[in-house]
Design a protein around this ligand. Structure first.
Ligand code: FAD
Ligand code: NAG
Ligand code: NAG
Ligand code: NAG
Ligand code: NAG
Ligand code: NAG
Ligand code: NAG
Ligand code: NAG
Ligand code: NAG
Ligand code: NAG
Ligand code: NAG
Ligand code: NAG
Length: 627
């Protein structure tokens, strides 16, 4: 048996410098130009880019630890085999309040609590949404936030590797270099192992009208089927993520100070406004080891706590809806009621099917003993096998294709218009609505539903050992409902109140139900159909619309794409930050993470998160004349 720790440390020693993580008191006595609050996917990236300016002193504060040689993070693993999810060493473990439309369930939200944030424990898909989605951000009043720039900064962040020829031919592991970086810090490549169940699934989707393309990340919106790039270093077959690539490689910079195991509790603001009527951030307060410290800052505080905690940090600092803040005893400093509003997340429906046991799937990892040991040795010795892969097949489709009934779609739109008008929307909300609404039109070529697939069971409590499964999952891409995330206590260590407000508009339920039915259509299509031995979950007894509606209400989860809680929009349209990512009413507090998106995107958010961080770094450098 080869020891896993020794192999992994060999794999890693080439790239990682010894990290200089500082003590909390030392950090507090340092005079910073910039402090980044939250060392996640975006925060670590933006801090690293700011520290390229040698005479700027940059501090990064992360609640979790730096774990560069932790195999639970490094070994690519798909779906819920990941030992990090639900584990408090890595995951904050948030839950929504019970959702009345989801059978009163609280929905679990996995969030990274480690240097690198959610990039340390996500499923590693790394790509962008269609070009129109980014251009729509600019149309909403955000100059410079368009596809061209997003692509430029996505490329700056990434380094994509060509797959071996047999995977290009057999598994569609291909890409167009025009749409991927080749020298950025984050490595990307394809799964190195595909289950035999995947080509039939891919070809069933082709038979349903999806177009096989060289690169699904080519800016086209819908209609493609492809094998997605993953943030895996092709040389080492380990996860490439924000902490090791943006920090680990730059840990020797004397001006880059990283404090881990410290939770930011407050941004300190000046008591009087500047000449423009804005408050200035003077420092950041944090708790570490039960002690409270404050570090001072001369330029900006960059809030990068992610979509759940960035609004929370602002509210704890007195920036938010005055009524809500005062109701829990927090002094209001800037009355900005849009903070924590506009919360959107995808919901995902998983369907689980049994395939012949002769087909190897990730389920072998769940069989203790021989099978699991075999694939683990395969990973350690040959860097091959199930432990080198994640999501295998992905596609986006139009509403018209998935519902297969334009008259029904028009009925839903009429119902939606009436419900939306009755909600008394603000002009800003209506502008976003109009963008989302036109996607549903029968004539639209834009993505409304994602379908992705993996060779694995989907339900942790509903599978048999020694059985091979595939899962086909569907995600309506653009929810109309809006939830909120707000402070629930003046104690900064208490979690905020997270209300997804799922399916407040019936269209979201309709689209989920239609998407769920569509996954079974895929399973019933050749050449996949002959290898489907059983509809496992849901079983064959779920067939009518009512049964599907009940099934999705009782079972949907999130693929962990919370966003939009500090929307970048004009202030009077419901904005929290302007297009330089500065919080309204402040001179120097910015937000840099996916909470700044005004609209949910039809994609998984990591690629966009890195692009946001890269673009933000250039904006900040330019604002201080350092570009
Ligand atoms: C399980 C999972 C699977 C996913 N799969 C994919 C995928 O396959 N592809 C894809 O594109 N996207 C995926 N995503 C989504 C993607 O990972 C996230 O959208 C993205 O990483 C968010 O980055 P962020 O910088 O906004 O937040 P995060 O990366 O979550 O960073 C926030 C950081 O701030 C820290 N923090 C928060 N509050 C404080 C505080 N008060 N003080 C100090 N530190 C604080 C947190 O500990 C964390 O490190 C997945 C997400 C999860 C959770
Ligand atoms: C920082 O370095 C730049 C480039 O070397 C220089 O132009 C600038 O004056 C320096 N700023 C300070 C505050 O030293
Ligand atoms: C993006 O770039 C292309 C090609 O350079 C150009 O034709 C297009 O106008 C640009 N779009 C925007 C919104 O700037
Ligand atoms: C890009 O990735 C390849 C493959 O891992 C590596 O050989 C190369 O050095 C990387 N390029 C840069 C600039 O990091
Ligand atoms: C602020 O919060 C209160 C209490 O939840 C709510 O009634 C009010 O509408 C909010 N204000 C704005 C402008 O959203
Ligand atoms: C499979 O093997 C890995 C590596 O030894 C181990 O961490 C994991 O717990 C095993 N899983 C099961 C279900 O035995
Ligand atoms: C590694 O690959 C070789 C060549 O294909 C094979 O013979 C060997 O059994 C593999 N080792 C493991 C541990 O899977
Ligand atoms: C399409 O939807 C309409 C409702 O608008 C319904 O009456 C009709 O039966 C549906 N057609 C099919 C084939 O399901
Ligand atoms: C909803 O409001 C818009 C804008 O006022 C109007 O154009 C539209 O006709 C209304 N639709 C319905 C169904 O009420
Ligand atoms: C697993 O399945 C295989 C064939 O399907 C069978 O030979 C084997 O005995 C099974 N093992 C267990 C532990 O059930
Ligand atoms: C909010 O605070 C109340 C009162 O302290 C508590 O009962 C409730 O559980 C909290 N809710 C959440 C979602 O944390
Ligand atoms: C289908 O069968 C399962 C298992 O017997 C049962 O739990 C479920 O309630 C049934 N669903 C419907 C819609 O009949």
């Amino acid at each position: 048996m080869i020891s896993s720790a020794s192999v992994l440390s060999l794999l890693l020693s080439a790239t990682l410098a010894t990290a200089a993580i500082v003590e909390p008191a030392t950090f507090a006595s340092t005079s910073f130009d910039f402090i980044v609050a939250g060392g996640g996917t975006a925060g670590t990236a933006v801090a690293a880019r700011l520290s390229e300016i040698g005479n700027w002193t940059v501090g990064l504060i992360e609640a979790g630890e730096y774990r560069p040689d932790d195999e639970n993070i490094l070994v690519p693993q798909g779906w819920n085999t990941a030992p990090t999810w639900g584990n408090p060493t890595y995951d904050w473990g948030f839950n929504t309040v019970p959702q009345p439309n989801l059978a009163d369930r609280s929905i679990n939200i996995v969030r990274g609590r480690v240097l690198g944030g959610s990039s340390a424990l996500n499923l590693m898909g790394i790509f962008l949404a269609g070009a129109t989605e980014y251009d729509q951000l600019e149309q909403l009043g955000n100059e410079g936030w368009n596809y061209n720039n997003t692509l430029k900064y996505f490329k700056k962040a990434t380094n994509m590797s060509v797959a071996p020829e047999y995977l290009q031919i057999g598994e569609h592991a291909t890409f167009n270099p025009q749409y991927h970086g080749n020298s950025g810090p984050i490595h990307a490549s394809f799964s190195s192992w595909f289950s035999e169940a995947m080509p039939p699934l891919y070809n069933a989707m082709v038979n349903l009208g999806f177009t096989p393309v060289q690169d699904g990340g080519d800016g086209q919106d819908a209609g493609d089927v492809w094998s997605p790039p993953l943030s895996i270093n092709q040389d080492t077959k380990t996860r490439s993520y924000s902490a090791i690539e943006y920090y680990g490689r730059n840990a020797d910079r004397p001006n880059f100070h990283v404090l881990t195991g410290a939770q930011v509790t407050k941004i300190e603001l000046s008591s009087t406004p500047d000449n423009n009527g804005n408050l200035r951030a003077t420092g950041v307060t944090y708790v570490s080891g039960g002690q409270t410290y404050t570090a001072s800052v001369s330029k900006d505080v960059v809030v990068s706590g992610g979509s759940i905690q960035s609004p929370h940090m602002l509210e704890l600092s007195g920036i938010g809806n005055k009524t809500i803040l005062e109701s829990v005893g927090i002094e209001s400093k800037i009355d900005l009621p849009a903070v924590g509003e506009n919360y959107q997340d995808h919901l995902v429906n998983y369907e689980q099917f049994i395939v012949p046991h002769s087909i190897e799937t990730w389920d072998v990892m769940f069989n203790p003993g021989v099978q699991n040991d075999t694939v683990w040795q395969e990973y350690l010795v040959n860097k091959t096998g199930p432990y080198t892969s994640s999501v295998n097949v992905i596609s986006y489709q139009t509403a018209s294709h998935v519902t297969q009934n334009d008259s029904l779609l028009l009925d839903w739109l009429a119902e939606l218009d009436a419900q939306f008008n009755a909600s008394n929307p603000s002009p800003g909300r209506r502008a976003m609505y109009n963008i989302e609404r036109q996607r549903l039109l029968p004539s639209s070529q834009q993505a409304s539903v994602e379908v992705y697939a993996a060779p694995f069971h989907a339900y942790a409590n509903d599978f048999e050992l020694n059985t091979s499964y595939i899962q086909i999952s569907s995600v309506p891409s653009h929810p109309f409902s809006r939830g909120s995330i707000h402070v629930n206590s003046s104690d900064p260590l208490n979690y905020p109140r997270i209300d997804l407000n799922a399916w407040a508009f019936d269209i979201d339920r309709h689209m989920m139900t239609a998407s769920a039915k569509y996954c079974r259509v895929i399973a019933d299509t050749d050449p996949l159909k002959p290898i489907i031995q059983e509809y496992s979950f849901p079983g064959p007894n779920v067939t009518t619309d009512t049964e599907w509606e009940q099934f999705v209400a009782e079972n949907v989860m999130t693929p962990f794409h919370p966003c939009c809680t500090n929307a970048m929009l004009p202030k009077d349209a419901g904005g929290v930050v302007d297009s330089h990512l500065t919080v309204y009413g402040t001179a120097n507090v910015r937000v840099v993470d996916v909470s700044i998106l005004p609209l949910q995107l039809g994609t998984h958010l990591m690629g966009t998160t890195y692009a946001i961080a890269e673009q933000a770094a250039d904006i900040i450098k330019a604002d201080y004349g350092a570009a």
